[in-house]
Structure formats: C-alpha cells, structure tokens
Design a protein around this ligand. Sequence first.
Ligand SMILES: NC(=O)C1=CN([C@@H]2O[C@H](COP(=O)(O)OP(=O)(O)OC[C@H]3O[C@@H](n4cnc5c(N)ncnc54)[C@H](O)[C@@H]3O)[C@@H](O)[C@H]2O)C=CC1
Ligand SMILES: O=C([O-])CC(=O)C(=O)O
Length: 332
Amino acid sequence: MSEPTVVTVTGAGGQIGYSLLFRIASGQLLGPDRPVVLRLLEIPQGLGAAEGTALELQDCAFPLLARVEATTEMSRAFDGVDVALLVGARPRGPGMERADLLAANGGIFAPQGAAIGAGAADDVRVLVVGNPANTNALIAQSAAAGVPAERFTALTRLDHNRAVAQLAAKTGAPVSEIDGVVIWGNHSATQVPDLSHATVGGRPALELVDEEWIADEFIPRVAKRGAEIIAVRGSSSAGSAAAAAIDHVHDWVNGTATPGRPERWTSVALPSEGWYGVPEGLVSSFPARSVDGRWEVVEGLDIAPVWQRRIDASVAELEEERAAVRALGLLG
Ligand SMILES: NC(=O)C1=CN([C@@H]2O[C@H](COP(=O)(O)OP(=O)(O)OC[C@H]3O[C@@H](n4cnc5c(N)ncnc54)[C@H](O)[C@@H]3O)[C@@H](O)[C@H]2O)C=CC1
Ligand SMILES: O=C([O-])CC(=O)C(=O)O
C-alpha cells in the first residue's frame, strides 16, 4: 500500500460533509488501493458534529482509513494536505440566489487559501464546493501564495450530472450512453448547460430533442435545480453534491478516460487562461479532460451564436462577482 493521502474536508460537521466522509474513507474518492488520512476542519459550533462523525468513521473499520482528526485550527487542517475539499460555508435558503452568500461566505476563503499556500503538499488539489463556489475559489486561489492557479477548482460537476440525467430522462437512454455535455460559466442560475456537442448512444443530441425543449425546459431545469431541491426538500442538496465532489476529484486523480471512451470529458470550473474568450483568472466552467493528473480544457469546440450569448451573460456575472469581492477587499 502507498503512503496515505491527506484529505481535508472543511465544514465536515455539515450535511454535505456527512454524505462525503464515509465515501472518501471507503475508497471511492481516490481508488481502492489508496489509504487516506482524513482531517475535518470546523468552526467551534460545528466541532461536536465533526467529532461525532469521526467516531462513526472509526466504527466503520474502513481498511483504507489510516487516521481521522477533527480540528478548528486551519494550519493543522491543511498541513501537508494533498486534497482539500472546501465545503464549509453557509447554504442559501428559499428565495436567495447563491451570490447573496458572497458577503457571508467570501471571508472564509481568503484565510483558508493562505493556509493552503503555507502548508499544503506541492501537488495539492483544491475543490471549492461552498457557494458561490466559483468566486470563492477565486478568493482562495488569489490568497494561496506559491500554489499554481490550476490547482484551484470549483464544483460544476453537479450541474453536469444534472444535465446528463435530464437528457437521459428525456430521450429514454441510459446515462451511460450520454457523452459530450458541457456546463459553461458560473454555478448559478446563469450557467449554460450546453447540448450542442452532446451525443446519445453516438447520435447527436440535437437530432433527438428540439431547440424549444432545450431553451424552455432543459436549461432552466438544470440551472435552477438547486432551488428546486431547496423548495422540495427544505434544505439544499447534499447527497448529490457530495456525489459530484467525489466524481470531480476521482476523475482529477484517476483520469477521465474510461474503457471504450478515451475522449470522454466532464465539466470543471477552473481559473481561465483565456479559453473561449473568458477573461483570464475568472473561475469559469469549461469542458475538460483529466490527463496524467491535470485538467486540460477541451479547446476548439464550435459555439453557435445562441449559446455564445448565454455564455457571455454567465461570464459577465462572474466578472461582477469578481468586482464585488475586490471591493470587499477579499482578493489578494
Ligand atoms: N457547488 C455546488 O454544487 C454546491 C454547493 N453547496 C454549498 O455547500 C456549502 C455547504 O452546504 P451544507 O453542507 O449543506 O451546509 P451545512 O450548513 O449543513 O454545513 C456547513 C458546515 O460548514 C461549517 N462551517 C462554516 N464556516 C466554516 C469555516 N470557516 N470553516 C470550517 N467550517 C465552517 C458549519 O459549521 C457547518 O457545519 C453551502 O455553501 C452550499 O450552498 C451545496 C450544494 C451544491
Ligand atoms: O442551490 C444551492 O444553493 C445549492 C447548490 O449549489 C446546488 O444544489 O446546486
């Protein structure tokens, strides 16, 4: 067995944390031969819940779980961290947009980014889940001196999975037959779930579903699914968010290629290097493959004007969020 991988989960006492930790400890995050040390970071009010979960994790006797520690100290939590899942942040309630959380949550991510810069392993991988995830990732990344920007990502895999599931339901195809879906932009109601490159059992999705369904049902359903879950469930999505976080890190570490689908891609929010005209530095969602442990954005896809207008609106929102957090003094 290899040396254990240090995985830090912030907000470990919360609802996503509770869905996430058992799956990480059982090997579903990294693979069946990778032992893990779990570090659970909480604020004092959440520490008891995290400590209780640590006891339960021990009771599972997971063969891959080398150690679990709960702490309120950031420097301890991020010391030598290989994979950081930044979940800890307030969720929204009914009637709120995710951007309404910027003032409440933005302040969490600069100190955590700085602590990652100070203590993390050289090849740390960071996934921001706490909302508004893209701009929180930007805040953390800008505070993490010495860590390459590409090591910071935000979660749009949940949106990607939702889009795949909606297309599967509409066409009657199994999800395993769907490929080439893309989420562009922000993890918000302006996000762009794009089917123009998608295939269903090898056939272009655009031959199977019409533009009206895409514009009037598919896009709003996927983009507003978080609000739908809040309305129906009474609190924001947790199990599906944890599952998407697992998928994201699993693919980052192990690659996106699968048997028979070497070119498979997924959607990842990461600091733009100017791809598809998205201003440099904005943490925006792109189609990406993971190759040799690094994300590679899929370049050169044709974007029809109708999709480009939608993408532009989401990127404009990300620029507004960046201006807002800059004004709050949260960008290094
Ligand atoms: N990007 C995505 O796709 C999704 C993002 N989310 C977001 O994930 C976040 C967490 O959601 P839940 O687990 O449902 O919330 P929750 O309220 O159940 O748990 C959040 C936990 O974070 C802790 N916390 C707060 N500040 C902290 C800090 N500075 N350091 C460490 N821990 C801290 C709290 O004590 C609490 O235990 C929310 O912001 C939510 O909006 C939720 C679903 C999907
Ligand atoms: O909608 C929310 O506030 C939680 C979230 O990000 C999602 O479910 O996509």
